[in-house]
Write a protein that binds this ligand. Structure first.
Ligand SMILES: Nc1ncnc2c1ncn2[C@@H]1O[C@H](COP(=O)(O)OP(=O)(O)OP(=O)(O)O)[C@@H](O)[C@H]1O
Ligand SMILES: [Mg+2]
Length: 498
């Protein structure tokens, strides 16, 4: 099995998303595509998978020229995609999401046939997923939704598997399971293409690596010929700058900002915690441990069954909505970009300043110029390229959308940021800038609570980390005690105590 791209290009108006790409993907090898946000990785996979029509070039499957009219057409030829943005249907059951629409000719699933359930059990055990097939997908965490997406792709028996950032939403356990599945596909001779911003993961998982920069393929070769540094240099076009930032001792935590007592709701059971001004608090835990629910409850996005709330030492009613929490200066960034309320047809600059127009208006008038200036200030803090501010946010690559949403949060100048996976899908360079921006907020007395599946990120950024397990906080780590191995071990709760 092989896929060959010759001179593949894609234009969107004046944007050259992809230009003159020649690339061969070989069966039995895992091929990683890396590059900064907006480099063209998703466009490339979209073209192979029948989602995007190329402007130039040809694709050959086993030496035969193909043009796919749609993803379904590609899938019927064995070319199956897992998209960067989830494409599951929230109102349908897990079972139906996995099987409906797949293999329409070869199998005749009746609605809930025993065959379908047997097949589900098989695919679930292959990837080690413990997800009830009868629940609505919309009620699952984003991580579990990602697992459903992966199961659906696997159930289509791919000969070519295109995976766009499949691990970004997964916790450590699910990631390991996926690596196993990828190795299994490789051994079966499947062509596997894989996109990730985690370079250690890329080096560990893949056999070949291709680097994209500004829509062009700027390097390709076997993984053992690449290192983290050489990948970074190829991605950004020059050797990475040495970071001379000292690891500034984090400032002494100050006054208590928020205190939550006896909080229960959804998966979360009886959690008490506080956040102080100037502090970055991380939340670690496996997918399903209650991390995201905890943030949602504090953000006012989900009603708690019980819980007491105290802001600046004063008891207050629990915020009834995200808006009412926002009025208190608490801003929530969900892990689901689609649910974040972007205006896809408006410019990125407009989307960034949307939440706080006050300072943007001059004598009551909001000019394009002042929108741009304010958006630029916020955008720079998260490594967002100024040149993209006038692009409609809907046309940005996934990682650039995430940066824009973070810029919007920063522009709102909140007292407390509740961020669920803030750097998901963001390239390595911008991750550093975002870390710096968060530290900057803390240095100025603001506070951050963040959930991340990347424990390295928690270890680098946080003053304190709460580890969750089965809806409760089972450990609290501070300063030097915050280590990746410790967090992993604690995340497994009693399962980790052997
Ligand atoms: N529908 C579209 N309309 C206009 N421009 C688009 C569209 N889709 C992608 N682009 C542009 O094409 C370029 C490549 O985007 P692509 O999504 O392939 O990047 P990527 O490498 O996958 O980035 P990321 O790491 O952020 O996911 C970007 O400049 C993007 O803004
Ligand atoms: Mg992408």
């Amino acid at each position: 099995m092989s896929v060959r791209l010759s001179n593949i290009g894609k234009r969107y108006g004046a944007t050259r998303a992809l230009n003159g790409v020649d690339l061969t993907l070989t069966g039995g090898r895992v091929h990683a595509l890396v590059g900064e946000n907006g480099a063209g990785k998703s466009t490339c996979l979209g073209i192979i998978g029948g989602r995007t029509v190329p402007s130039t070039g040809e694709i050959e499957l086993d030496g035969e020229r193909v043009t796919f009219a749609s993803p379904a057409h590609a899938a019927s030829n064995g070319v199956v995609s897992i998209y960067q943005e989830l494409s599951v249907i929230p109102s349908m059951s897990v079972l139906h999401n996995v099987f409906l629409g797949s293999e329409p000719r070869r199998t005749r699933w009746t609605d809930d046939s025993a065959a379908m359930r047997t097949a589900y059990a098989q695919v679930a055990s292959r990837i080690g997923a413990d997800i009830d097939p009868d629940v609505e997908v919309g009620s699952l965490s984003v991580g579990d939704q990602q697992m459903v997406e992966i199961m659906r792709a696997l159930s289509r028996r791919p000969r070519v598997m295109l995976m766009d950032e499949p691990t970004a939403a997964l916790g450590p356990r699910e990631r390991q399971a996926l690596y196993g599945v990828i190795a299994g596909l490789r051994d079966e001779g499947v062509v596997v293409a894989f996109v990730s911003h985690n370079l250690e993961e890329v080096l560990g998982v893949s056999d070949d690596i291709s680097v994209f920069r500004d829509g062009e393929l700027c390097g390709s070769g076997p993984s053992d010929q690449w290192s983290r540094d050489s990948l970074m240099s190829a991605m950004i076009g020059h050797p990475p700058q040495v970071d001379l930032r000292g690891t500034s001792a984090s400032p002494k935590p100050r006054k208590e900002l928020l205190r939550v007592d006896g909080l229960s709701g959804g998966r979360v059971e009886d959690v008490s915690l506080d956040v102080r001004a100037g502090e970055i608090v991380g939340i670690a835990g496996l997918v399903g441990s209650g991390r995201s629910t905890l943030l949602r409850l504090i953000a006012g996005a989900q009603r708690p069954t019980t819980g007491r709330w105290q802001l600046d030492g004063v008891k207050q009613p629990w915020p009834s909505s995200v808006r009412s929490a926002r009025r208190q200066g608490i801003v929530y960034l969900t892990e689901d970009r689609k649910a974040q309320g972007i205006l896809p047809e408006s410019t990125t600059a407009e989307n960034i300043v949307l939440g706080r127009l006050g300072p943007v208006a001059r004598r009551g008038i909001v000019t394009r110029r002042s929108v741009r200036d304010h958006a630029d200030v916020a955008g720079r803090q998260v490594g967002f390229a100024t040149t993209r501010l006038s692009t409609n946010i809907g046309a940005l690559s996934g990682g650039n959308q995430q940066k824009a949403l973070l810029a919007r949060v920063l522009h709102a100048k909140p007292r407390l940021i509740l961020a669920d996976e803030p750097t998901r899908g963001v390239d390595v360079g911008a991750k550093d800038e975002i870390s710096r921006a968060l530290r900057d907020i803390a240095d100025r007395g603001g506070s951050v609570m963040m959930v991340s599946s990347e424990y390295e990120e928690l270890a680098e950024n946080c003053d304190r980390v709460l580890v969750m397990w089965h809806g409760t906080v089972v450990a609290e780590l501070r300063g030097p005690d915050i280590g990746v191995d410790t967090m992993v071990k604690l995340s497994f709760g009693t399962e980790g105590l052997t």
